[in-house]
Design a protein around this ligand. Structure first.
Ligand SMILES: [Mg+2]
Length: 146
């Protein structure tokens, strides 16, 4: 019998409700139990991760899925802040964006993104990409406890 694991906590930073729905759908079909938290802009993302205000009891995510183009605080700034922060930098950040601009790809890796994925336009491919990411990072990769 395999052990019952607590669901993996995922923070999705995404301002497009359609994409939020797709990511949720993809994770529901993934063979891993996940619990997804959604914030819609960069300010909320940092507040969540730092457990400020209404996020005081927010669980620490094992994985962050980060859109780049976000209101209030850009995803690039969120990425830079997370990777500069000693308490947060070990959380893998998956950039998941509609951009496939060379400069966004390069900048994301310069800012220590763990990987960069361009949202596939095709629905099946989108679902597959998110499922694959979740499986890889939550099932196959060894991550530090905190
Ligand atoms: Mg966006």
């Amino acid at each position: 019998m395999s052990p019952v694991l607590a669901p993996a906590q995922i923070l999705l930073v995404e301002d497009n409700p359609g994409d939020v729905r797709l990511v949720m759908e993809a994770l529901n079909e993934a063979p891993i139990a996940t619990h997804m938290h959604v914030v819609e802009d960069g300010v909320e993302a940092l507040a969540y991760l730092r457990r400020e205000g209404k996020f005081a009891s927010a669980p620490r995510p094992q994985l962050i899925l980060l859109d780049l183009n976000l209101p209030r605080k850009d995803g690039r700034d969120v990425l830079a802040d997370v990777k500069r922060d000693h308490d947060l930098r070990r959380i893998p950040v998956i950039v998941l964006t509609s951009s496939d601009a060379e400069q966004d790809i390069a900048m994301s890796y310069d800012l220590h993104a763990n990987c960069f994925i361009s949202k596939p336009v095709n629905l099946e491919k989108f679902l597959f990409a998110v499922r694959t990411v979740a499986e890889f990072w939550l099932q196959h990769v060894k991550l530090p406890a905190e």
